[in-house]
Design a binder for this molecule. Sequence first.
Ligand SMILES: CC(=O)SCCNC(=O)CCNC(=O)[C@H](O)C(C)(C)COP(=O)(O)OP(=O)(O)OC[C@H]1O[C@@H](n2cnc3c(N)ncnc32)[C@H](O)[C@@H]1OP(=O)(O)O
Ligand SMILES: O=C([O-])CC(=O)C(=O)O
Length: 378
Amino acid sequence: MSQAEKTGAQTEPEIRKGLVGVVADATAISKVNPESNSLLYRGYPVQELAARCSFEEVAYLLWHGELPTPEQLSSLEAAGRGQRALADNVRAAVDLVPTTAHPMDVLRTAVSVIGAADPAAEDSSPQANLDKSVRLLSQIPAVVAYDQRRRRGQELVPPREDLGYVENFLHMTFGEVPDAVVVDAFRVSLILYAEHSFNASTFTARVITSTLADLYSAVVGAIGALKGPLHGGANEAVMHVFEEIGDAEKAEAWLEQALADKRKIMGFGHRVYKHGDSRVPTMKAALDTLVEHYDRPDLAALYDNLEAAMTSRKSILPNLDYPSGPAYHLMGFDTATFTPLFVAARVTGWTAHIMEQLADNALIRPLSAYDGPPERHL
Ligand SMILES: CC(=O)SCCNC(=O)CCNC(=O)[C@H](O)C(C)(C)COP(=O)(O)OP(=O)(O)OC[C@H]1O[C@@H](n2cnc3c(N)ncnc32)[C@H](O)[C@@H]1OP(=O)(O)O
Ligand SMILES: O=C([O-])CC(=O)C(=O)O
């Protein structure tokens, strides 16, 4: 590349606001294909993984490129189980954050403390980064569960080593393992949320990694990017919309007013998918099982009516956050906990991308077109 190309000095700059349509790099981790409406993790359709795999198997696949053998899976599970307890320093840090703060702020702070306390934080060898990824996978549920409990005035629930990742997460949050149908819907949601190519939070993690900052710094930045309602914060925002609408009969009129007020309807639309999000049918099926289990046809009717109104009015289809929000609500999570659940899943994809970025790094530093005042002097 010539110096002129590098600096943009000789060329008329083409601005791609929001980097729309820009291919920033290659990745072998996942393929989002809006034409075939498909999503592959390392070549496997996400629907097949959601039907057949544990969340730990999918984490292994994202990190290593292949599904684990039984021995490899046991060794990952054993490494994770030993790190499930909330460390005292992390608990102390969480307790310092007021409950008026959003749970994403708590989680961001907790991950920062986990990183700062890791003597190997600056070791970015592949093995050290894999170890950190397993640590975060195991410790994030402890933070999310404890934070929801303390907000409810409940005591911390210690982890159980005899349980799988998904069951233990629910046990630490609710003090019991719910029915199998709930456990399964939660497992499916985590697999669907695990990875989605160069979305805003993953790209943030890659930008931070490209400066050779440590893995924890990249994950902390990614948590910040995920918090926004145009990205991960939408699952929580969907539930607020449902509460605002109140009941199914009011959905159409509510939508008319919201669109007249130029509001973005949370849980609808996507930067890449324009004909529907590949993950929605699988998550909607999981939501349907929960609706039946908890006998909540009212929630299903509200879901259907808003979707039908949005489709007929704007032809904009739901994204994954639309079924996930009400599903997490039915499972019993507080609305403000929904986006931290997304973090617990997406940390697998983020860390896979961090390792991929480091393996063939180039500093990510785009150009800008200057449109401020012309040169002037004091
Ligand atoms: C897991 C995830 O992160 S999935 C995304 C979760 N986010 C949400 O659900 C928030 C609501 N959705 C949105 O705000 C958008 O659809 C985004 C941010 C996800 C994608 O945005 P973009 O790719 O930039 O699409 P863009 O904003 O250009 O939308 C194109 C048109 O559709 C409209 N549109 C898109 N989504 C919505 C929506 N949810 N509600 C109302 N209008 C919408 C835009 O206003 C725009 O209309 P215009 O051409 O008249 O200005
Ligand atoms: O890909 C995106 O832009 C957002 C998204 O659906 C995700 O991160 O899961």
